[in-house]
Design a binder for this molecule. Structure first.
Ligand code: ZN
Length: 358
């Protein structure tokens, strides 16, 4: 049920990308600067045909935005010398999470843009907005184009067309070396403005991007906003098109070295964060729960969870998990508006993610 997949070709890896603010200093597990996002470069998909170009490619200029790390890290001695260019960046810290960043995304995506099926003009507007936010935080963003077939999404016919994943890196991903991925889907079903499903996940993704800026993580991190996650038919082949395309384009070295993928999907409702695994709880879910404990975040296990983009990874034999999925009344409806989302749950989820990455 992916008739166009055979027309997807990874872009040649020779494409050079610039490095961005925050990567000039050493980062954990990393080769700083220069070797930008081989993962991103490797997974880029060329547009399949000209009709997959609904708008000009939005130019992404690597920015030199200074990371918001000019103030001392919390707990730093007031007499400590100012960081120099040779000092290692401080570790990412859950206390750096700004929930307002996540909330602003929920308000803009669900309150201003509204419903954004993966092949709609509204989706492309949303993608551009998210791309600009990530670039403004110093991340290098590439668009990965992929086709999405026509279908029926939650009872509403939707047309075939192109969609995009946004793949954000910061120059420290090296082919064959361990890396981590955090993603969330940006699309919605046609009738829902998608505050909880899934502006909440994108909001936490952006809050994570912000908390990591100017800070090191234990492994290089790739952040992805996935397109066309929502179903367009009744079978397991009829959804998760963006993440499926992403996984399909990974090289065997990239697959072998992926240490964990986390999908943020419906992470703004509830008081406890569900930690989902496709099968029984596994090493990755244990890791996530331990990270949550360290960050003071309550969790509940959610085994047998295959309803989000992590499933595309697990199905391919890669380590994947989902955060979120607390049931709520406005699910896939016009009532899925910003007031549905609880800032405290966004903050819990973002703290958990940063704790896992640090
Ligand atoms: Zn969702």
């Amino acid at each position: 049920m992916f008739p166009n997949r055979g027309r997807i070709f990874p872009r040649p890896p020779a494409r050079a990308l610039g490095s961005v603010g925050g990567v000039g200093r050493p980062v954990a597990g990393g080769v700083a600067g220069g070797v930008v996002g081989a993962v991103a470069a490797g997974v880029l998909l060329a547009g399949c045909t000209d009709d997959l170009e609904p708008e000009p490619l939005h130019p992404v200029e690597p920015t030199s935005t200074s990371p918001p790390a000019s103030s001392p890290a919390p707990g730093a001695s007031p007499t400590a010398p100012a960081p120099t260019s040779t000092a290692p960046a401080p570790r990412a810290d859950p206390d750096q999470v700004r929930v307002e960043t996540a909330l602003a995304a929920v308000r803009h995506l669900a309150g201003t843009i509204g419903p954004r099926p993966g092949t709609s003009p509204a989706y492309l507007r949303a993608a551009r907005w998210v791309e600009d936010r990530l670039a403004g935080l110093g991340w290098t963003v590439e668009r990965q184009r992929f086709p999405t077939p026509a279908g029926t999404s939650w009872g509403v016919p939707v047309p075939a067309g192109p969609s995009v994943n946004l793949v954000a890196t910061r120059g420290d991903v090296v082919p064959g070396r361990p890396w981590l991925l955090v993603g969330g889907h940006l699309d919605t079903v046609p009738q829902a403005p998608g505050a909880e499903d899934n502006a909440s996940g994108i909001g936490v993704l952006l809050a994570t991007a912000e908390a990591l800026t100017g800070r090191r993580t234990r492994l290089p991190v790739v952040l992805v906003a996935f397109g066309s996650e929502e179903p367009r038919g009744p079978t397991d082949a009829d959804h998760h098109y963006g993440s499926t395309s992403y996984v399909d384009a990974l090289s065997s070295a990239q697959r072998r070295s992926l240490r964990g993928m986390v999908s943020l999907d419906r992470v703004g409702v509830g008081a406890v964060v569900p930690v989902g695994s496709a099968g029984p709880p596994d090493a990755l879910t244990r890791e996530l729960r331990a990270a949550a404990r360290r960050a003071g975040v309550p969790t509940v296990l959610d085994p047998g969870q295959t309803s989000s983009d992590h499933w595309s990874f697990v199905r391919a034999g890669l380590p994947g998990a989902r955060l979120g999925s607390t049931p709520y009344a406005a699910y896939h409806s016009a009532q899925d508006l910003p007031p549905v989302v609880d800032p405290a749950q966004l903050e819990r989820t973002a703290r958990l993610v940063v704790s896992w990455l640090r």
